[in-house]
Design a protein around this ligand. Structure first.
Ligand SMILES: *[C@@H]1O[C@H](CO)[C@@H](O)[C@H](O)[C@H]1NC(C)=O
Ligand SMILES: *[C@@H]1O[C@H](CO)[C@@H](O)[C@H](O)[C@H]1NC(C)=O
Ligand SMILES: *[C@@H]1O[C@H](CO)[C@@H](O)[C@H](O)[C@H]1NC(C)=O
Length: 292
């Protein structure tokens, strides 16, 4: 895998400005909606993050419906770009995992059929974010959006609970697009002290029951994702194979998309080339004087 990067990426960063508002209450952040469509009422009381009642990948406090399929990818791209930019800016180390890492493996982009994004942080980083950046809001001027957009970083207070028994709170933080309600899930990788005490060197765990070894993750590699600097786990190939099977790295048709080797893009199979233009018809003959 060649790790590519280019100077224009840095240029793209320069045209983005952001500012921080600390400790926003979500009622201040929510500007559009009267009604809360989070699944709060149906969720158990111990669950901190509430997905919307209409789709599990939306925050119902900010949206009352899904965005169109064609738009979704643009919103997800902006989500990860703004998140990577912000984490780098405040000095919080993060890396991509799961489906997001698989997208990176193919072409350093989000898989077009994905509807969520997965990032991980270390225990030190989640403490840092919880302590200084919970409920901070960031404004970005985005290309093509006149009013820009606000993103909210929210940390689950259950991040302090390390065990996998806390099943309802496996997501430690979210980066939320306050316009569409789409978000990024952030989960924490922790040392598995039980295993380490049993002599398993570098044992790591995650509340979602994935387990890793330190040498799978570290040292993190530097790369690019959606045009922005990103970190990826050291043994990315092995991790992907373990999670998705070898086929996920070789099969070139998936979810109504096929892999175009030339453009290095997953292209939609439903895409139909435009119909050939009809020749312009000759001018209609003036009434009463048919041409011969
Ligand atoms: C973050 O702020 C929200 C809103 O005030 C609060 O409910 C939550 O417990 C806070 N999280 C942490 C980790 O303190
Ligand atoms: C931590 O390690 C112990 C002992 O090896 C194991 O039983 C447990 O499942 C591990 N926890 C996680 C979350 O992987
Ligand atoms: C694959 O991508 C190339 C380069 O963008 C393009 O010229 C070609 O038409 C694509 N192939 C198909 C079958 O669409």
């Amino acid at each position: 895998m060649i790790i590519r990067g280019s100077a224009w990426v840095y240029l793209a960063i320069l045209i983005w400005f952001n500012c921080v508002e600390a400790d926003a209450d979500f009622l201040d952040v929510r500007t559009k909606l009267e009604k809360d469509r989070s699944g709060r009422k149906g969720d158990p009381a111990e669950k901190y993050f509430h997905e919307s009642t209409f789709h599990p990948h939306y925050d119902g406090r900010f949206a009352d419906d899904q965005v169109g399929k064609e738009e979704r990818l643009d919103h997800l791209t902006a989500l990860i770009q703004t998140f990577l930019y912000t984490m780098a800016d405040i000095g919080a180390e993060t890396w991509i995992m799961h489906g997001t890492l698989l997208g990176w493996w193919w072409n350093q982009k989000i898989l077009p059929w994905d509807s969520d994004l997965d990032l991980q942080v270390s225990e030190e980083t989640i403490h840092f974010l919880a302590r200084y950046y919970n409920m901070t809001e960031y404004h970005f001027s985005l290309p093509g959006l006149s009013s820009g957009r606000n993103y909210l970083l929210e940390i689950n207070p259950h991040y302090m609970i390390r065990g996998t028994d806390d099943k309802l709170n496996v997501i430690d933080a979210r980066w939320i697009d306050t316009e569409t309600g789409l978000f990024i899930d952030v989960s924490t990788i922790r040392k598995n002290w039980t295993a380490i005490e049993d002599g398993v060197e570098g044992a790591l765990m995650c509340k979602d029951k994935h387990h890793y070894f330190e040498k799978d993750i570290y040292p993190l590699r530097d790369s690019f994702f959606e045009g922005f600097p990103v970190k990826v786990p050291f043994e990315y190939g092995w991790l992907l194979e373990e999670e998705y099977g070898r086929k996920a790295l070789t099969v070139t048709q998936y979810e109504h998309h096929w892999w175009n080797e030339t453009s290095e893009l997953w292209e939609s199979m439903t895409y139909k080339p435009p119909r050939p233009m009809r020749k312009k018809p000759p001018p209609y003959p003036p009434r009463g004087r048919p041409s011969r």
